[in-house]
Design a binder for this molecule. Structure first.
Ligand SMILES: *[C@@H]1O[C@H](CO)[C@@H](O)[C@H](O)[C@H]1NC(C)=O
Ligand SMILES: *[C@@H]1O[C@H](CO)[C@@H](O)[C@H](O)[C@H]1NC(C)=O
Ligand SMILES: *[C@@H]1O[C@H](CO)[C@@H](O)[C@H](O)[C@H]1NC(C)=O
Length: 979
């Protein structure tokens, strides 16, 4: 019946107004989580045209990113998105953009059309984009620009046309010259050979101009071309020589890149008015001692200080040069991407004590030698030192003796296997130490003895297997310790001693077999993030430990991907005490069972992922999420879930995002979804939702719910037939079913209407008496009568049919009442209360009389009321064991004739009865006299059912009466009481 109601409901819904409500799912786009209909991504939709993607996006859209698609043309299919501010269509194989494509997008601020196949732009294409700040057209096939293409985009600040086929600089300069806010112009990797142009100038606002990767031979332009440019990139113009700069004003430049050009840098500095300290000398071929020292001398002629000296990409092989010829370097020296084999205690920096940063990344350094014995002044200002990406194998004691004040030391991505106990000696200010991606196997308990100000220590991806007692003893200020990707199997008892301020501990990718937080006591009050992913933790029993009980600040806990067997069992007490936890990761774990109370303490949880957490098909226990009232995002992908029930999910009232793809449930009850009142984002891709009538409500709900986005709803396939889709599977069949139900119901109703009258005629009285007997049985009357039973009002209630009234009045009453024998009789026509219900009267009569005398004749048998009286009396006989019934037969009635009166027969079999002597009896008067005395005795006799010897057996009826007792009478005519 419930099913039927639902169907009817669905019918109304489908036919009704709800149809008009616009749904909240998109054909080819996904609204970003949390973005409130503002931000959309349409990715990897390789078919169809633009409107296919954008047609169902709402007008509220602010950000739209269309990527990895195959639309060759943009027509007017964006025109309804008038609030767009950020639009990216890249890469999409775009070839043509219609002139009106962006017509209505006047709020657009950034437009990214990079990585397409555009070879031309329509002249008025950007006409309406008055608010455009940033236009990215890189990696297309543009050869030229229409003259007035940027006429109205006066707010343009960034224009990137890198990697196109532009050849005419004049053409470009002219089209941007009026853009008074343009600051960045990227023309790298085009086909310019010169910068000749006339009577236009670049906007004054333009500060960054990139012309790298062109084929510039000459600059061939007015002296004033770069008058306002601050950053000029001319790198990778392999044919450009120093001569080209003759007469060009570069005095305003802040930074000039000349990498991979043919410019002789020393010659260039001589002929140009550029400020040498602003030139980037990376990749300018300054290889050897002489060249570098000459450069320094040249620079020093004009400048006493230089902020940054970049000497990277120069193929420098040795540090034999001396930088004391240079102006004082106040910030950074970059020697990265050279061929340095040794750094020799930084001898080349003699005289450069002001330097603060030194980079020697991507060289061939193999060791860092001790520097203690060198009698040199220390580089006290140096704060940042980076030797990343070298081949350093060993770091000796006192390797940083001459740089005692470094705060950041980057030794990561080397081959350090030997790291001396005293390597870090003296680095009292060290703040961040990167030693990740090396070959370290051991840490000694004095390695960090001096670095007591360390806050961040990264030891990821080494080969550490044991954390020895006292290793971190001195690191009281450490907040982040990354030990991920090592081979740690155990901690010694005091392994983490001293880490009293640790807030993030990464232990992922090690070989830990259990969660033994007894080692973590030093930081159990401060730890916020604990990463134990990819260890070998496994539970074989539901053990009772609650390792995180005292971690009052822990917000992030990762326990995913335990190798190789997964967690196997999730102990029910594992997460006890984690009231502050916000994120929990349990992915890839082959858990066999999630106990219903496992998450009970996680009342503050916001994010839970169970992606592929479990083995086989899982059924989540009812109530498993009952306390997660703050959960906003839940990932239950790849769990083989077979059902989605209110008992499991119903309590997640704050849930906004539910990712449930790859599961096995065939339906999702709509009422469960409705109970998740905040749900906005539902991902049910690859869930085998069946396209059957069972899901008709779900289909309708997902299509028309205005608050719930179902990811790629219109692509969800029917598991039964992949060519069909869920959102439009045919629901008419369900209503055909409904017709069947309707038919069935009508048939039943008609049947009942036909049969009821027949039954009425045949069984009316039976039913009615049944009812009365039942009613009498229950009425309160009953108990009342019962109570006063012992002192009865009457001696006998005479039950007779009106056709026998004559006999009763003429014979019975005179013989039992009056002077002969002073019985008090109850006669219906005389003693029944007027205006009272017949049944009540009868019941009353039977129960307020000591005996009930039934005067049985054929008419009596036919009277239904009399039958009621017999039934009541015989009820007392059989059920109450009170013998109240006396049968008096007025005429002989054979047993066969009685056969249809079961109760009567039963009474007759149980008891004897009196027979009124018929007219043909011999000695009639005597017989009658005997009859009366027997009757009187019987009435006088007690009620207790015992063998009554007072009544003798009378003659049983012997005649063979052929006619039935009430052949031509109907009960109604027969019953006086009914009239
Ligand atoms: C839209 O994109 C911009 C830039 O990419 C970003 O700053 C902004 O937060 C985004 N807006 C929304 C609603 O996602
Ligand atoms: C140019 O930038 C200034 C300062 O950022 C701004 O006030 C002005 O509106 C911008 N001009 C245009 C045309 O957008
Ligand atoms: C220099 O330009 C050429 C072609 O223009 C390109 O192949 C090369 O990758 C560029 N090199 C750098 C370092 O940009």
């Amino acid at each position: 019946m419930a099913f039927l109601t639902r169907k009817l409901l669905a019918l109304t819904v489908v036919l009704g107004v709800v149809q008009l409500v616009v749904g909240y799912s998109y054909r080819n786009c996904i609204e970003d989580q949390w973005s409130q209909r503002k931000s959309f991504h349409c990715t990897r939709r390789y078919f169809g045209n633009m409107s296919y993607m954008t047609q169902d996006l709402p007008v509220t859209a602010v950000n739209l990113t269309i990527s990895h698609c195959n639309v060759s043309r943009i027509d007017d299919s964006l025109s309804h998105l008038s609030n767009l501010q950020h639009l990216s269509i890249s890469p999409c194989n775009l070839r043509i953009i219609d002139m009106k494509a962006f017509q209505k997008l006047s709020k657009l601020k950034t437009l990214d059309l990079s990585f397409n196949e555009l070879s031309e732009l329509k002249p008025l294409l950007f006409e309406d984009l008055h608010n455009l700040h940033s236009l990215l057209l890189a990696h297309n096939k543009l050869r030229a620009l229409p003259e007035e293409v940027f006429l109205n985009t006066l707010g343009l600040e960034t224009l990137n046309m890198g990697t196109n086929l532009l050849t005419n600089f004049f053409n470009v300069a002219k089209s941007v010259s009026h853009l008074m806010n343009l600051t960045v112009l990227d023309l790298s990797f085009n086909h310019f050979t010169s910068l000749s142009y006339s009577n236009v100038s670049l906007p004054r606002s333009l500060t960054k101009l990139s012309l790298s990767g062109n084929n510039l031979l000459t600059l061939g332009c007015q002296a004033t071309l770069f008058n306002y440019v601050k950053l000029l990139d001319l790198s990778n113009n392999t044919k450009l020589t120093a001569k080209a700069f003759q007469g060009v004003d570069l005095s305003h430049l802040n930074s000039l890149r000349l990498q991979l050009t043919n410019v002789d840098i020393l010659k260039f500095l001589n002929i140009s008015n550029v400020s040498g300290v602003h030139v980037d000398f990376s990749g300018t071929g300054l290889k050897n001692k002489t060249q570098i020292e000459k450069l320094c001398e040249l620079l020093k002629k004009k400048h006493s200080i230089i902020k940054n000296l970049r000497l990277d990409y120069n193929g420098i092989r040795s540090t034999s040069f001396a930088l004391h010829y240079c102006p004082t370097i106040t910030k950074a020296l970059d020697l990265s991407h050279n061929n340095l084999k040794t750094i020799k205690c930084l001898g080349f920096l003699d005289g450069q004590e002001k330097i603060t940063e030194l980079y020697a990344e991507h060289n061939h350094l193999t060791s860092l030698l001790p520097c203690k014995n060198k009698s040199k002044p220390a580089l006290n200002k140096l704060e940042k030192l980076s030797y990343r990406y070298n081949r350093i194998l060993s770091v000796s004691a006192d390797a940083f003796h001459l740089t005692p004040n470094i705060k950041t030391l980057q030794l990561n991505i080397n081959s350090i296997a030997f790291f001396d106990h005293h390597a870090l000696k003296g680095l009292k200010k060290l703040h961040e130490l990167r030693l990740d991606n090396n070959l370290l196997t051991d840490l000694f308990n004095d390695t960090f003895a001096n670095t007591y100000n360390l806050k961040i220590l990264n030891l990821r991806n080494n080969r550490i297997s044991v954390i020895f007692n006292g290793t971190f003893h001195y690191l009281k200020k450490l907040t982040i310790l990354d030990l991920g990707g090592n081979k740690i199997t155990q901690f010694q008892a005091g392994g983490f001693d001293g880490l009293t301020n640790l807030s993030k501990l990464y232990l992922d990718g090690n070989n830990l077999k259990q969660i033994d937080t007894s080692f973590y006591y030093a930081f159990q009050d401060t730890l916020q993030v604990l990463d134990l992913n990819s260890n070998k933790i496994r539970f074989l029993r539901d053990d009772k430990s609650s390792p995180f009980m005292n971690f009052s600040k822990l917000t992030d806990l990762k326990l995913g991907s335990q190798r190789p067997h997964g967690l196997t069992i999730l102990p029910r007490t594992l997460f006890r005490g984690l009231h502050s936890l916000k994120s929990l990761y349990l992915t890839n774990n082959k858990i066999s069972h999630i106990p219903h109370d496992a998450f009970d303490d996680l009342t503050g949880l916001h994010f839970l992922t169970l992606d592929n957490c479990c083995v086989g098909r899982v059924n989540l226990q009812p109530g498993v999420f009952k306390n997660l009232r703050n959960l906003t995002k839940l990932v239950i992908e790849n769990m083989g879930l077979q059902s989605f029930t209110r008992e499991v999910f119903g309590n997640l009232t704050q849930l906004r995002i539910l990712q449930a793809n790859h599961n096995a449930m065939q339906s999702i009850p709509v009422d469960v979804l409705e109970s998740l009142t905040k749900l906005q984002y539902l991902d049910i891709r690859n869930v085998s939702l069946s396209c059957t009538c069972e899901n008709i409500l779900l289909q309708n709900y997902t299509l028309h719910n205005p608050d719930l986005q179902v990811i790629y709803l219109y692509n969800l396939q029917c598991p039964e037939d992949k060519r069909r889709t869920f959102f439009n599977f045919n629901t008419e069949v369900c209503f055909i079913d409904l017709e069947k139900y309707l038919f069935f119901c009508t048939a039943v109703v008609i049947f009942l209407f036909t049969v009821t009258p027949l039954l009425h005629i045949k069984l009316y009285w039976k039913v009615k008496y049944g009812y009365y007997v039942f009613r009498a049985w229950f009425s309160d009357h009953w108990s009342r009568i019962r109570d006063k039973e012992e002192n009865c009002q009457y001696d006998a209630f005479i039950s007779y049919n009106s056709s026998d009234e004559e006999w009763v009045m003429d014979y019975l009453v005179p013989n039992l009442e009056g002077n002969k024998s002073p019985f008090k009789l109850c006669l219906h026509h005389r003693d029944f209360e007027l205006g009272r219900d017949i049944v009540d009267n009868i019941v009353n009569a039977v129960y307020s009389s000591r005996k009930t005398v039934c005067v049985v004749s054929r008419s009596f048998l036919c009277s239904e009321w009399c039958s009621l009286e017999i039934q009541l009396a015989s009820y007392r006989l059989f059920d109450e064991h009170r013998d109240v019934l006396l049968l008096v037969f007025l005429e002989p009635i054979s047993e066969r004739q009685l056969s249809s009166y079961h109760r009567m027969r039963k009474v007759m079999l149980k008891k004897t009865y009196l027979q009124w002597p018929g007219p043909d009896t011999t000695n009639l008067l005597q017989a009658q006299e005997l009859f009366w005395s027997q009757l009187r005795r019987a009435i006088r006799a007690g009620n207790r059912l015992e063998t009554e010897d007072g009544i003798q057996e009378s003659y049983a009826a012997t005649d063979d009466q052929t006619e039935k007792p009430c052949e031509d009478q109907t009960p109604d005519e027969n019953c006086p009481l009914l009239v």
